[in-house]
Design a protein around this ligand. Structure first.
Ligand SMILES: Cc1cc2nc3c(=O)[nH]c(=O)nc-3n(C[C@H](O)[C@H](O)[C@H](O)COP(=O)(O)O)c2cc1C
Length: 326
């Protein structure tokens, strides 16, 4: 564990921000890290896109100042192309790049039909060749993120984790749902516990952490070495403080409504600095998440969907905040 920076000390259970395509860009990752996320990964990056030097792919590799160390998540299905990407990443980012993760869990049709993401759970031999090739090519530890299995009739997370360990992975992250479930139903904690018992490398548990209490239950029930949060962090980067408080057994004070909107404002400003005038459209969903449950949220959502510029969006948020305080 010592070569993975988020295991700060023996017994420390880190809380990691999950990769989420279209959401965990560098501005949001920076915010989550500032609020206590112990680690963060890029959105999933196409190894083929790196091979063809695609400009959009390269933009995904930019990091936030708070990411003193970070992980890149790659997806692909060809061992040589993935290995080439790992070599290039090791060369370009070695000082701060702490982990290269390989996505073997994405359920999206357009990924799976290319034999990528969770499709690799159906071909352990190919998955093993990919991991071995990456481990050989990379100068930083390699991790694998996968699911419970393809469907309830093909639950193979335990054998998959053993295979990943034998192939040289330093860490695995397990999302307790099958591909067939996509994001429906409850994530299965028992499968994470089974994986934890089956391997020596650290196991990060993932699925349905929406509060500090959820994180604590996940750790207690599975023995996992870290927790990874995806949807629970949308509009709520404060969750990392809440999780730390729950794991440490210290009190947590949730943010007041105006604090949530202040966070939305600093997120928006960062994002606008990063992405320019086009940022407003991408920020709409974040604004809705930050305001979720607050008085006037549906009106704010409607107005946010109608704004035509970033400046208008900032003004809208400022006015909303004033309304909350009045
Ligand atoms: C919008 C969205 C985008 C996602 N993108 C990725 C991705 O790029 N790579 C990945 O490994 N998982 C991705 N995931 C899956 C999450 O990382 C996580 O495994 C899953 O949402 C379960 O965690 P949760 O219950 O905390 O949301 C994505 C999930 C969502 C909702």
């Amino acid at each position: 564990m010592t070569n993975l920076p988020f295991f700060q000390s023996a017994g420390y259970v880190p809380a990691l921000l999950a990769p989420m395509a279209g959401i965990t860009d560098r501005s949001y990752r920076g915010i989550c890290r500032a609020l206590g996320a112990d680690f963060s990964y890029t959105e999933m990056v196409s190894a083929k896109g790196m091979h063809y030097r695609n400009a959009n792919t390269n933009a995904l590799l930019e990091t936030a100042p708070e990411e003193e160390t970070f992980g890149v998540q790659l997806f692909g299905s060809e061992p040589e192309i993935l290995a080439e990407a790992a070599r290039a990443l090791s060369d370009a980012h070695e000082a701060r790049l702490a982990v290269i993760d390989i996505n073997m869990g994405c359920p999206a049709h357009k990924i799976v039909r290319n034999g990528e993401g969770s499709a690799l759970m159906r071909d352990e031999a190919l998955a093993g060749r990919i991991i071995e090739a990456l481990v050989k090519a990379s100068r930083v530890p390699v991790s694998v993120k996968f699911r419970k299995g393809w469907d309830e009739a093909h639950v193979n997370a335990v054998s998959f984790a053993r295979m990943a360990q034998s192939a040289g992975a330093s860490l695995v992250t397990v999302h307790g749902r099958t591909r067939e479930q996509m994001y429906e139903g409850r994530a299965d904690r028992d499968i994470i516990a089974q994986v934890k018992r089956a391997v020596r490398i650290p196991v990060i548990g993932n699925g349905d952490v929406f509060s500090g209490g959820d994180a604590l239950a996940l750790v207690r029930e599975t023995g996992c070495d870290g927790v990874m949060v995806a949807r629970g962090a949308r509009g709520n980067p404060f969750i990392f403080r809440e999780i730390r408080a729950a794991l440490d057994g210290t009190p947590y004070r949730p943010p007041a409504p105006a604090e949530r909107i202040d966070m939305a404002l600093s997120h928006a400003r960062r994002h606008i600095r990063d992405k320019g005038p086009g940022a407003a459209a991408e920020l709409r969903k974040h604004v809705a998440w930050y305001a979720n449950g607050l008085r006037g949220a549906s009106d704010l959502r409607r107005r946010a969907n109608a704004v035509e510029s970033a400046a208008e969006l900032l003004e809208l948020l400022e006015n909303f905040k004033r309304g909350l305080l009045s």
